[in-house]
Design a protein around this ligand. Structure first.
Ligand code: NAD
Length: 414
């Protein structure tokens, strides 16, 4: 167990306990909701391109399925372990409940440095992982999606491998390429949801998103799409970073040019006309909206007092520790939580699954309109509960979600 993953799990439990306490949830129900439904660990032998053998460890955790099939991404990262996957699976339960979409929560992952594998090795690893967790999956049981260091190609391999055993089943994974039954708008969905929520925050607190100063850590799927859509909304994205470091331009980066640069160079390093800065520095830049969109735990006790944003918009999963969250709120910096901000991804995954089940495909406009409607509803419910109970964005979001799951559990007879 590493400190990092222990803290991921503690973060989850601290947030759950606070919200369950505020709700006055009975202790028996708290125990039910704290305990994951099913956890599986598999060994993944991989014959490497050079003929040698590596054995990786994979996990799938299904946290709670009382509101529908469990749903959650697959992460390929060396920090993946059971505690991290368990924490992220619970987060999915609360996220799908907050969005009021008919899913439970799950998560999966493989402990691997994905960037050290060739494309062929990644394919073989993905097929073995799919085979070894296939019995847990099902369109009405558990539906994976991409997460860090997995993408639409990973989902295409998973769907193909699952189909070899069970026949053509496009709804078995979401985040697929559009040519294989993926949804229009899925790739941009988490970034789009982030910008929708930031727009609603701006409206509520009397800021103008247009012309606002946005800083984004992480320039993968979520960070790069959020950056593009913030620019489209007229905001100034003044700094972005990836695993190697960041770039800064106070007058606003030309994000289309940055995206093009990263596509070619695979890194932000050396982007012309911008000042380089470190991943620590980017988090403490003065801005209206600080958007962590990379890994967990980056805003913590060490830097909470140095944060100079008006709002933290959690596009990554669990980027702020509970202590840091508390400290930021004390300092008047509002933290808008992951389960609200980054739920655009799972929401459009839900649309993809619906389209796969019906074999009837939507226009991109319809996807965007439905996404906007669902995210606005969730924001409005959170805003009402915040006002009614005088609680933070995070507490209100968790309270709404936990209450919804507890009601479903009771209706089923728990
Ligand atoms: P990704 O793999 O596409 O991109 C990750 C980005 O983070 C890359 O730019 C990478 O260089 C950067 N990064 C990695 N380690 C870092 C570090 N130590 N410091 C700074 N930057 C680092 O992943 P993604 O899909 O964009 O996911 C980003 C976050 O958003 C994750 O926390 C993920 O769980 C969460 N999320 C993703 C989705 C989705 O639809 N993709 C949905 C909900 C939540």
């Amino acid at each position: 167990m590493t400190d990092k993953t222990a803290s991921d799990h503690e973060t989850q439990m601290t947030e759950f306990d606070r919200a369950a306490g505020l709700l006055g949830l009975d202790p028996e129900m708290q125990t039910i909701l704290r305990t994951p439904f099913r956890e599986v660990q598999v060994s993944l032998p991989l014959r490497r391109d050079d003929g040698s053998l590596s054995v990786f460890i994979g996990y799938r955790v299904q946290h709670n399925g009382s509101r529908g099939p469990t749903k959650g991404g697959i992460r390929y990262h060396p920090e993946v372990d059971l505690l991290e996957v368990r924490a992220l699976a619970a987060l999915m339960t609360w996220k799908t409940a907050l969005m009021n979409i008919p899913y439970g929560g799950a998560k999966g992952g493989v402990n691997v440095k994905a960037w050290e594998l060739s494309e062929d090795e990644l394919e073989r690893l993905t097929r073995t992982f799919t085979t070894r967790i296939a019995l847990l999956l099902g369109v009405n049981r558990d539906i994976p999606a991409p997460d860090m260091y997995t993408n639409s190609q990973t989902m295409a391999w998973m769907m193909d491998e699952y189909g070899r055993k069970f026949g053509y089943t496009p709804g078995i994974v979401t985040g697929k390429p559009v040519g294989l039954g993926g949804s229009l708008g899925r790739e941009a969905a988490t970034g789009r949801g982030t910008v929708i929520i930031t727009g609603l925050v701006s409206e509520e607190f009397g800021l103008d998103l247009k012309g606002s100063n946005v800083v984004i850590q992480g320039f993968g799927n979520v960070g790069s799409w959020a950056a593009r859509l913030f620019c489209e909304a007229g905001a100034r994205v003044t700094a972005v970073s990836d695993v190697h470091g960041g770039i800064h331009d106070p007058s606003g980066l030309d994000i289309d040019a940055v995206v093009k640069f990263v596509k070619e160079k695979k890194s932000l390093e050396g982007f012309p006309g911008a000042k380089p800065l470190s991943n620590d520095e980017i988090l403490t830049m003065e801005c209206d909206f600080l958007v962590p969109a990379a890994i967990g735990g980056v805003i913590n006790e060490k830097n909470a007092d140095a944060i100079r944003a008006k709002f933290v918009i959690e596009a990554a999963n669990a980027p702020t520790t509970p202590e840091a969250s508390h400290r930021l709120e004390e300092r008047g910096i509002r933290v808008v939580p992951d389960i609200l901000v980054n739920a655009g991804g799972v929401t459009v995954s839900y649309f993809e699954w619906v389209q796969n089940l019906q074999q009837f495909y939507w226009s991109e406009q319809r996807v965007e309109d439905e996404l906007s409607r669902i995210m606005k509803n969730a924001y409005t419910e959170v805003a009402h509960l915040r006002a009614e109970r005088g609680v933070t964005f995070r507490d209100a979001s968790f309270m709404l979600a936990i209450d919804r799951v507890a009601r479903a559990e009771r209706l089923r007879g728990s």
